[in-house]
Ligand binder design. Sequence first.
Ligand code: NDP
Ligand code: MG
Length: 387
Amino acid sequence: MKRISILGSTGSIGTQTLEVVRNNKDMKVMALTAGSNVELMERQIREFSPELAVMRDPEKARELQQKVADLDVKVSAGMDGMIEAAEIPDADIVVTAVVGMIGIRPTIAAINAGKDIALANKETLVTAGHIIMPLAEEKGVRILPVDSEHSAIFQCLQGNQKNRIDKILLTASGGPFRSWTKEQMKNITLDDALHHPNWSMGHKITIDSSTMVNKGLEVMEARWLFGLELDQIQILIQPQSIIHSAVQFMDGAVIAQMGTPDMKLPIQYALCYPERRALPGERLDFAEIGQISFEKPDFEKFPGLMLAMQAAHIGGSMPTVFNAANEKAVALFLERKIAYPEIAELIAEAMEAHSYISEPSLEEILDTEMIIRDFVDYRYKGRNAQQ
Ligand code: NDP
Ligand code: MG
C-alpha cells in the first residue's frame, strides 16, 4: 500500500493526483490540505477518508469541522496544520501541490520526517533548492519530479549515468503569445493570458506560462533537481507540447520523452517510481501529427524570462526576489489591478532594489519574500497614485 499526503489537494495537480489514487487500488490518502475551498475538501474527505484535513484559513477550517462532524477525520488549520499533514505518521510520500513559496516549510518538514517528495511546487526549489537538496540527501529521501519537463528528464535518465549528461533540452510550448508582436502584447487582457494552448492548470502557473516566467522557474528547478550548471540547460520552444523534454548525453545521443499532454502521467510516475504503470488516455499518432516544430526562445519579447535567467546566474537570494516579486505581481494582475507588461516591470524593480545575500538561510528567504511582497505592493500603489 502506498500512503500519500497531498498538500494542495483542491488544485489542478491535487485533483489529478486524486484521480490517479482513484485508479490505483493500492494507494491510500492519509492527509489532504487546501487554502479555502471547503466544498471540494468536504467531497474529497467523503471519498478518500483521510485521517487529517487541513484548511489554511482558520475560519474555513471551523466551517469544514462542522460539515464533517459525522466523520472520523481530524481537522487542522494554518501553517501548523500544513506541517502536521507533511509529517503525518505512516505516509510514505508527500505530494507538494500548493502554489507558491508557501510550500517551503511543509516541504522541509516532510523531508525531516523522512517522507519522499513528489514535487510539483517548483517555487520551493527555486528559492530554497540549496537547503532542500542537501537535506533530502542527508535524510535519504527522494525528490521525485511532477513538473512534466522534469519528469521527462528524470525518465530519460533511467538507466543512464547523471555524470554523462552533456545538456538537457527543456522544452516549452511558448504559451499563448508566442506568435504575437511586441505591439500586440502591450494590450494583453487577463482572459487572453488565462488561455493556455495545450495545458489546463491553476491560474498562477497559467499566467507564468504566458510570460515564460514559468520556463525561467523551471530552469532553476532543473538545476537543483539534476545538479547541473546553468549552461547545461537549453530552453527549446516546441509549440505542440509533444516532446516534454530531452537529455543530450556525452556521446551525442539525445533521448526524449514524448506523449500527449496529461499531468497524470508524471504524477503517477512519481508516486509509483521505479514502477511504470498503465494509464488510460489518448495516445500519440505520429503519422497524424505529421511534424513537430522547434524555435529558439525570444528573450526580448519575454522580459520575464530574461530576468529569470539573470536571477539564476546571480543566485543566492536573487531567485527568491525574482519569485516573490512575480508571485505578488501575478496576484495583482489576476485581481485586474495592473497591466500585463507591469508584471515584468515590477520584477525588474524589485531585483534592482535588492541587497544580495549569497547563501540565504531559511529565515532570510522567508524575510526576503515578505520584504519583496511589500515592496511590489508599495511600487504598485505609487504607480497608481501618479496616474
Ligand atoms: P492551483 O492554484 O490549481 O492549486 C493550488 C492548491 O494550493 C489548491 O489546493 C489551493 O487551495 C492551495 N493553496 C492556494 N493558496 C494557498 C495558501 N496560501 N496556503 C495553503 N494552500 C494554498 O495550482 P496548480 O495545481 O496549478 O499548481 C500547484 C503547483 O504545481 C504550482 O507550484 C505549479 O507551479 C506546479 N505545477 C502545476 C502544473 C499544472 O498542470 N497545474 C504543472 C507543473 C507544475 P484552494 O483550492 O482552497 O485555493
Ligand atoms: Mg512544466
